[in-house]
Design a binder for this molecule. Structure first.
Ligand SMILES: Nc1ncnc2c1ncn2[C@@H]1O[C@H](COP(=O)(O)OP(=O)(O)OP(=O)(O)O)[C@@H](O)[C@H]1O
Ligand SMILES: [Mg+2]
Length: 242
C-alpha cells in the first residue's frame, strides 16, 4: 500500500501557544477517499489548511508521498501535487468560467489549452457555461468549478473543505458522484464534511476529529452504523477514551 498523504502528531493553530489541531495523526492510502468528520469547531478546516500550508504547523509533520511538506508554503503546494478546495471564496466570481480555469492552469508548466479541454471534457456543464461569470453559476456548478480549478493542476491528492455546504441533496449527490469519478481517475481524496451521511456513503474510510485529535478512524461502512460517532458529535461519550 502506497501512502499518498500522512500527518504525524500534527499540531497547528493561528496563535502561538493556542493549538487548534492537537496531535492529529492520519495516513491516507493512494486511491482512497478519506472523510474527516467531527463537530463544529473540532479543527477539521484548520487541519487541512495546515496540511495545505495555510496555517502554521507548530509540531509534528505532514508528508505527501515520501516528501516532507511540513514547511512548504501554500503557493508551492500545487506544484508538489496537492490540490485544495477551500469552503468559501474558491472561485473568482467576476471572471468567466474559462478564465477561472485559465488562471488555475497558469500555476503549472503544462500546455494550458490541453488541460482546459480535458477539464471541460470532465465537466461538460462548465463547458457549456464557459463564457458566464462564475458568480452567475448555480451553487452546484460553482462548486464544480472550484473542484475543476483544483483538478486542472493535476494533483495526486485533492483536499476539499465541505464541498456539499449550501447545496440541495440532489446537488450534493452530483458533486459527490464527480468526486468518485475523479478518484477513479487516480486522484486520492481527502474530504472534510459536516454532511457525515453523504461523506460516509462515498468514503472508504473516515476519521472523526474531536478537539483537534482524531478519535475514531475506520472503514466508512462501519462508522456509518457506529453509535460512538453520534456520541462524539454530541460532545460526550468519547472523552477520556484515549
Ligand atoms: N482564522 C482564525 N483565527 C483564529 N481562530 C480560528 C480561525 N479559524 C478558526 N479558528 C478557531 O479554530 C477552532 C477550530 O475551527 P475550524 O474552523 O478548524 O473547525 P471546523 O472543525 O472546521 O468547524 P466547522 O465544522 O464549523 O467548519 C475554532 O475554535 C475556531 O474559532
Ligand atoms: Mg470547517
Amino acid at each position: 500500500m502506497t501512502t499518498a498523504l500522512r500527518v504525524e502528531d500534527l499540531e497547528a493553530g493561528y496563535e502561538p501557544g493556542l493549538p487548534i489541531v492537537r496531535s492529529a495523526s492520519l495516513a491516507v492510502a493512494a486511491g482512497e477517499i478519506v472523510a474527516i468528520l467531527g463537530p463544529n469547531g473540532a479543527g477539521k478546516s484548520t487541519l487541512i489548511k495546515a496540511i495545505a500550508g495555510l496555517v502554521p504547523i507548530t509540531a509534528g509533520r505532514a508528508l505527501l508521498g515520501d516528501e516532507d511538506i511540513t514547511a512548504v508554503p501554500a503557493h508551492l503546494m500545487v506544484r508538489k501535487g496537492l490540490g485544495f478546495v477551500p469552503q468559501t471564496e474558491n472561485v473568482f466570481a467576476g471572471l468567466s468560467v474559462e478564465d477561472n480555469l485559465d488562471l488555475a492552469a497558469s500555476l503549472m508548466r503544462v500546455p494550458k489549452r490541453t488541460r482546459i479541454a480535458e477539464t471541460f471534457a470532465l465537466f461538460p456543464d462548465l463547458a457549456r457555461q464557459r463564457r458566464l461569470p462564475a458568480g452567475a453559476l448555480s451553487g452546484g456548478q460553482r462548486q464544480m468549478l472550484a473542484v475543476a480549478r483544483a483538478l486542472i493542476t493535476g494533483p495526486r491528492v485533492l483536499m476539499l473543505d465541505e464541498p456539499s455546504a449550501g447545496l440541495s441533496p440532489k446537488l450534493v449527490g452530483q458533486v459527490f458522484e464527480k468526486l468518485q469519478e475523479i478518484r477513479r481517475g487516480g486522484v486520492t481524496i481527502v474530504l472534510v464534511e459536516q454532511n457525515a451521511r453523504a461523506a460516509l456513503s462515498i468514503a472508504d474510510r473516515a476519521a472523526i476529529l474531536v478537539e483537534g485529535r482524531e478519535r475514531l478512524v475506520g472503514p466508512a461502512a462501519a462508522l456509518a452504523g457506529d453509535p460512538q460517532v453520534a456520541a462524539l458529535y454530541l460532545g460526550h461519550g468519547g472523552r477520556g477514551a484515549a
